[in-house]
Design a protein around this ligand. Structure first.
Ligand code: FES
Ligand code: FES
Length: 153
């Protein structure tokens, strides 16, 4: 099986590892780094559960080969709010607004929201809908989620 050496920064930590060229970034994060906060749902770019931030942009990590992240910076949900009493403001807002039920979509939702807020700190409802359009939720619906993102601003 073809292998390649990659070096990347994940949540502020540097990693260098030889990996199979065919594995996706989502698989790499979950299976090699044990960062299982990144969820895998559809594996086809539809659900957004695997969303992470790659060099500042929200991406679906099931669609990207891990080798493509060589030399880049990745932020996963584990990189936010590492302590229960030190949550990121977006996480606080999701809790306060009841925007979480089973939580499967939540890491992806929060990272899509973070990428938006990093780029545009005062988004309106339409901006938020557009930013979260690629993140599906089967439980909560979207009203509370949009409110949660609006409340961060
Ligand atoms: Fe990546 Fe669904 S698992 S978009
Ligand atoms: Fe269950 Fe969104 S909270 S899928």
């Amino acid at each position: 099986m073809k292998k390649k050496n990659i070096k990347l920064n994940v949540n502020g930590a540097f990693y260098e590892m030889e990996i199979e060229s065919r594995i996706t970034l989502a698989e790499f994060l979950r299976e090699k780094l044990f960062l299982t906060g990144t969820k895998i749902g559809c594996e086809s770019g539809v659900c957004g559960a695997c969303t992470v931030i790659l060099d500042g942009k929200a991406v679906k990590s099931c669609l990207i080969l891990a080798v493509k992240a060589d030399g880049k910076e990745v932020l996963t949900i584990e990189g936010l709010g590492l302590e229960a009493d030190n949550l990121h403001p977006i996480q606080e807002s999701f809790i306060k607004n009841g925007a979480i039920q089973c939580g499967f979509c939540t890491p992806g939702m929060i990272l899509s929201a973070k990428a938006l807020l990093d780029e545009s700190p005062e988004p309106n409802e339409e901006d938020i809908k557009a930013a979260l359009a690629g993140n599906l939720c089967r439980c909560t619906g979207y009203v509370k989620t949009i409110k949660a993102v609006l409340d961060v601003t």
